[in-house]
Each structure stands twice: as C-alpha cells, then as structure tokens.
Design a protein around this ligand. Structure first.
Ligand SMILES: *Cc1c(COP(=O)(O)O)cnc(C)c1O
Length: 383
C-alpha cells in the first residue's frame, strides 16, 4: 500500500504560475486589468470563441447567461439532474423554474429525447452540462432548441478543451460557461469564462461590473475619464489580475494537461476492463472528451463491497475518490419545492448510487496510476 495519501484532484501549480502572480502583485494593478484582458483574449483565441468574458466563477458565467437572455419569473429552463448544484441554482436565482430531466446511459449527459418531452409553452432555455468533459449530443439539442425557439446554454465547467464533431466546445454563438475552480482542468483558484455572441458579451461586460458603462481599468488608466453611467443594477462578477496571472500560465500548459489526462484515462480503461466489475467511461465516435473525470460505475453484484464501502476502502488504501453527482432531484430543496420522487429519473439515480470518480489530474505518475489499480484489484478480491 502507498504511504502518502493520493488526492482526488489537486491543482497543478508550478514556479511559472507563482512567478506570474508575484509579477502581478508587484505591478501595481491587482484587480481586473491587463492580465485579465490578456487571459480572456488568449483563451478566446484558443477556443475560437466569437467573444469571451473572464469572470469570478463558473457559476457567475452561468447566471449571467440567463440574466443576459432576460430569463426570469414564469419561464422554465430544462437541465440535467446529474450535475453540480450551481447549474440548477442559477435558474432559481433568476426566478425561473428548473425542469430536470434524465441522462443517457453511456455518457450520463442530458438525454435529448427527455429534453424534447419536457418542452412546454413556458420553456425558454436548455442548459446542457458536458458531464465529465464528454460533449453532449449538441446537434440534436440544437435542433430541438431551434424548433422551439429556445436558448441553448452550455455548462462547460468540465469541457476545457472538448470537441464535438471537430468543433471545440465554446466556439459557437450560444453562451458557454467554463469554470476555473481549483479542481477543474485549468484553474485560477476561483474563476470562470463566458463565451458566445459578441453582442451578448458586450452586455455581459456591463452586467458583470455593477452595470457601469466603463470599467475601472479604463477609468483609472492614464487618459481615462472619471465619469461613468449606470445602466442596470449589475453584479460584482469580474475576474482579478491575480486570478488571471495563474490562468495565463495554466493556459500554456493546457494541451499537456489534456494529453496526460487522456493517457491516464486510457491506462485505467486498459487495467479495469478485464475485471468486468465496472461500467467504464467511454468516448463516442464523433467526440473528444476533456477527460475532466474518470467516473466508473460498480456493476451490481460484481464486487464484494458496496459503492460507499468501496470509497472507504480506497481511502483506507490512501486513495481519494469522489462522486459525480448526487442527483439534484433527491436534494431536500428541489424535492420539497417541486415534488420530485427519486425514481423520476432512473438512469441518473442509478448512476448516483453506483458512480465513483477515480483520481484524474495531470501530475499523476505511472506509479500513482498503478497504486490506484492495485487498490481496486485488492478491493475486488483480485489482488
Ligand atoms: C464546478 C462546476 C460549476 C461551477 O463552477 P464554479 O467556478 O465553482 O462556480 C458549474 N457546473 C458544473 C458542472 C461544475 O462542475
């Protein structure tokens, strides 16, 4: 057994990130400024996004997407029950009604048939979550949205970078929200990015900083005017240059991160498939996953332990794991408010019961991967 605990998803921080943050601190400008604009611009170019706006979190990006589309009370927004709570909370924040639907059994992404069946007169938008970094069936979701005149918002928190039929997630005109939380594929400690149509992003700049028509950097820079107008009661959602400093250096390492994630995922698949004890994550023919997660689902009866005991057993063997996700409709707030029953979404419920995410991050060594596999074989009684 390994001596040191192997965390599930620690950030990968090198001297380069540290030096860039120090440079930002010493530059005299620490909040939204030149580094934020550079990070935003470089990431937009990387993604081929029509426009992009760096923000304080992925949740802020999702919330702004709904605010900018003027979604509010009386409106319905369809999304998956198998997601992080923020995806659904932002629908509540604008006063709209979240309409949860089930997922597809292979990718655990929003099921387009379930989306089509949930559309009503009041539906205004669909939030598609690219679960674990594997793109949703965007062509089918786009065609449903076109037919009913709905906005397609992508929760791309896991999907940097992910490809659907050759195009990068975040390269379209519809809003896509990325997260740079500490565990995500690229981190700024906390942070987010909204991509999409340039006109929406223009309004997003104003909405994300108090509704002021000009940001502080421009006002306080040499030649800037002190005057500003307020055109809406905006939010405080701007990214700081300290966050962007981390992001700028992470972006230079992103392709390397993805290559290593892909290698580790392939190594897990090669080692675990022969055990025939798990449903393993797969990649559809026309997709390239960002491999944010490697979630396995315990096959019923195939292991001598339950899912929860499996996770405890991994922890006892010094290996961290996690669950993605506890289905939203089983949480007290949503269950009580909307009367959901656990069995309403059987595929998601079953995934929530059987899923375990294995450690997956770019700093995993081959020895670390071997330790994870050895611990699993041990727990499976195949040591
Ligand atoms: C992390 C995450 C978010 C929220 O991102 P933050 O940057 O933490 O606000 C939203 N949706 C999903 C699916 C996530 O995993």
């Amino acid at each position: 057994m390994r001596d040191e605990f192997l965390p599930f998803a620690p950030p990968s921080i090198t001297r380069a990130e540290i030096d860039e943050v120090v440079d930002a601190l010493e530059s005299g400008w620490i909040t939204t400024g030149p580094r934020t604009k550079a990070f935003e611009g470089e990431l937009a170019a990387y993604l081929g996004a029509p426009a992009a706006l760096a923000l304080s979190s992925g949740t802020a990006a999702l919330h702004l997407a709904l605010v900018l589309a003027d979604i509010g009370p009386g409106d319905e927004v369809i999304t998956t029950t198998l997601t992080f709570t923020a995806t659904v909370a932002v629908i509540e924040h604008v006063g709209a009604r979240p309409v949860l639907v089930d997922v597809e059994p292979d990718t655990l992404n929003l099921d387009p048939d379930a989306v089509a069946a949930a559309v009503t007169e009041r539906t205004r938008a669909v939030i598609a979550v690219h679960y674990g970094g594997h793109p949703c069936d965007l062509d089918r979701l786009e065609s449903i949205c076109r037919e009913h005149d709905l906005l397609l918002v992508e929760d791309a928190a896991h999907a940097l970078p992910a490809r659907y039929r050759g195009r990068l997630v975040g390269s379209g005109d519809n809003p896509a929200a990325f997260s740079f939380y500490a565990t995500k594929n690229l981190t700024t400690a906390e942070g987010g990015l909204l991509t999409g149509d340039p006109q929406m992003i223009e309004r997003g700049i104003v909405a994300s900083l108090h509704g002021m028509d000009r940001d502080a950097w421009k006002r306080h820079d040499k030649g800037g005017s002190w005057r500003y107008d307020v055109v809406m009661p905006g939010f405080k959602y701007n990214m700081t240059d300290l966050q962007a400093a981390i992001g700028l250096q992470q972006l230079r390492r992103l392709d390397g991160f993805l290559a290593r994630r892909r290698e580790v995922a392939a190594a897990y698949t090669a080692a675990l498939a022969p055990l025939d004890a798990f449903d393993l994550p797969s990649e559809r023919e026309d997709c390239a996953s960002a491999w944010h997660l490697y979630p396995v689902r315990l096959k019923p009866g195939a292991l001598p332990v339950t899912r929860d005991d499996f996770m405890t057993g991994m922890r006892d063997r010094n290996i961290g794991t996690s669950v993605h996700f506890i289905p939203i409709h089983t949480f007290t707030y949503y269950r009580d408010k909307y009367g959901y029953r656990p069995e309403d979404f059987p595929v998601a419920l079953d995934a929530g019961d059987r899923a375990v995410s294995l450690p997956l991050h770019p700093d995993l060594s081959d020895d670390d991967v071997a330790d994870v596999v050895a611990a699993i074989r041990d727990l499976a009684g195949r040591a």
